[in-house]
Design a protein around this ligand. Sequence first.
Ligand code: RB5
Length: 149
Amino acid sequence: MKIALGCDHGGIVLKESVVKAIKDSGCEYIDCGTMTSESVDYPDFATKVATKIQDGNADKGVLMCGTGIGISIAANKYKGIRCAHVTDVFQAEMSAEHNNANIIAIGGRVSSPEEAYLFVKKFLSTEFAGGRHQSRIDKITDIESSQFK
Ligand code: RB5
């Protein structure tokens, strides 16, 4: 499995741990930046990761900004993207099991690198449960189709 990761200057503090979690999960990664702590705009990195998934060049993604909020809002504007903003391991698990999230977003000013490691490990090791959850995802897809032309 190939994982695209992206962050702004507020999330870069988590990148090393996230890369380690991806590698420890037996996955490959594509680093979409940012590469320094210089101030940048988080929507640009949400775009890079979301389009990697849309184009089939990555299976899942991890986004990081200061809170995890802005970058998740931006990612969720892309068709087919289900980005879950997570602040604990249970949310990381449920985002995969119930919501079939294809990206998680984490805040570098909210969660520690150690916590981020655990969120990513859980996200990548949890299977979508399907069943009743699939019909709910289908309803999300219907909303998306009616909103985005
Ligand atoms: C950047 O200062 C900050 O606004 C950004 O990282 C993020 O927290 C936005 O949601």
